[in-house]
Design a protein around this ligand. Structure first.
Ligand SMILES: CC(C)(COP(=O)(O)OP(=O)(O)OC[C@H]1O[C@@H](n2cnc3c(N)ncnc32)[C@H](O)[C@@H]1OP(=O)(O)O)[C@@H](O)C(=O)NCCC(=O)NCCS
Length: 402
């Protein structure tokens, strides 16, 4: 690490900053009714989701992560160069390499941090949070930026009604800072159960099935999921993982003021509340607005919960997630930061002022899936983007938007 001021005596990791970013384009259940054989009633009653966000053509996982990350830095009242470790959790990176964290480092104007990606699917942010805490406890970092950012709408099969209705795009972030003061991150629990490896997966693009015309023709570059098996795993593991984190913190479930669970399905969250014998008003829910944003879901929810006044200094908050792998993770936090800081932090960073550098020979096509672009063009539906990927030749522009 580059910051010599992090010492062995500063061993607690406190959340000092938080921020979030959601693209402005909204994809409603009614929009999805035009794409697949589904209904608002089915989606709402089975999942609790009303709408989700869709990144515009010029946006990427890195650009959204950079906005959320900078907002968390502003909330913390520090400068980008005060960050000495950047961890970015995602399953939808901009590229296979370099890491999206490296792109974010440059975009936020940081020159010092070690930066790398964390891959634990929807549990990724909690894994990143736990890694940050370990660096801080080991005296290896003073300020860590942990980001969860996802652009899932480019990895969905918009003919598969069992998956395309669930997911959306966005980013959230926290700054964890070393301190001798009591509080901050307490007990952690992380699990990995590989028997669930093929319950949620994306078959092609890796070394087992490199991208080819065949993998694309078979739709193997899209997310696949066994919904029922995943549901069963989620309801059980979210409760047991949260419970273990709370126990390691020396607390009982009744000591927790707010749970911030992964926002996959409100029925899963209700089952967790029931399993822990807690009322639903202790569970923060915002999946109606964003759907499942995978690694971004917990940090977006945490930032929103704090900004909405659901958390005060001294509260115990448990973040808990599950995802492909199967993975799960939970961290219990004693909140110590002034909750009022987050709204100003978000307002201090405008997305249009943050940019991710492109390669010199960049020559992309419109990254928005055709079926989604079709719905987005319909009058009265979601916003039509007025541009496509930066650097795209005019010829492709006309083909896509004619
Ligand atoms: C996906 C999920 C909402 C499906 O709900 P479910 O109650 O299990 O529904 P089923 O899969 O049993 O499907 C019931 C019926 O609805 C149909 N269906 C599936 N998706 C549908 C949709 N979008 N609209 C309308 N009908 C749909 C099925 O084809 C099935 O029809 P059938 O009875 O004629 O065969 C639910 O299983 C779930 O949330 N699983 C966990 C997913 C998750 O959290 N993934 C992310 C992990 S990080």
């Amino acid at each position: 690490m580059n910051d010599s001021s992090a010492t062995a005596t500063t061993r607690r990791a406190h959340v000092t900053g938080w921020g979030r970013y959601a693209p402005s384009q909204v994809l409603t259940n009614a929009d999805l009714e035009k794409m697949v054989d589904t209904s608002d009633e089915w989606i709402l009653s089975r999942t609790g989701i009303r709408e989700r966000r869709v990144a515009a053509a010029h946006e990427t996982t890195a650009s959204m992560g950079a906005v959320a990350g900078l907002r968390a830095i502003r909330t913390a009242g520090i400068e980008p160069d005060d960050i000495d470790l950047i961890l970015l959790a995602t399953l939808t990176p901009d590229y296979w390499m370099p890491s999206t964290a490296a792109l974010v480092k440059e975009a936020i104007g940081n020159t010092k941090a070690t930066a790398f990606d964390v891959m634990a699917a929807c549990s990724g942010f909690v894994y990143g949070f736990a890694t940050a805490q370990a660096y801080i406890q080991a005296g290896l970092a003073k300020h860590v930026l942990v980001i969860g950012a996802e652009l899932l709408t480019r990895f969905l099969d918009y003919t598969d009604r069992s998956t395309c209705i669930l997911f959306g795009d966005g980013a959230g972030a926290v700054v964890l800072s070393a301190s001798d003061e009591p509080g901050g991150a307490l007990g952690i629990e992380l699990t990995t159960e590989p028997q669930g490896a093929y319950m949620i997966w994306l078959p092609a693009g890796g070394s087992k099935a490199p991208p080819s015309a065949g993998t694309i023709a078979r739709g193997e570059h899209f997310v696949r999921m066994e919904g029922k098996e995943t549901y069963r795993f989620a309801t059980k593991t979210m409760a047991t993982t949260a419970l273990e984190s709370i126990r390691r913190s020396g607390l009982q479930p009744s000591d927790i003021d707010l749970f911030v669970p992964h926002q996959a399905n409100v029925r899963i969250i209700e089952a967790v509340a029931k399993g822990l014998d807690l009322p639903m008003d202790k569970m923060f829910v915002n999946l109606d607005k964003y759907g499942n944003t995978s690694a971004a879901s917990v940090p977006i929810a945490l930032a929103e919960a704090v900004n909405e006044g659901r958390v005060k200094v001294g509260d115990n908050v448990t973040i808990v997630a599950f995802g492909a792998g199967f993975t799960s993770g939970a961290v219990t936090i004693e909140w110590t930061a002034d909750p009022a800081r987050g709204i100003a932090g978000d307002a201090a960073v405008r997305p249009e002022d943050v940019s991710v550098r492109l390669p010199v020979d960049w020559n992309s096509v419109d990254p928005i899936p055709e079926a989604l672009a079709e719905v987005m063009r319909r009058p009265g539906s979601i916003d039509v983007p007025d541009d496509v990927a930066p650097g795209e030749p005019e010829r492709v522009r006309r083909e896509v938007h004619a």
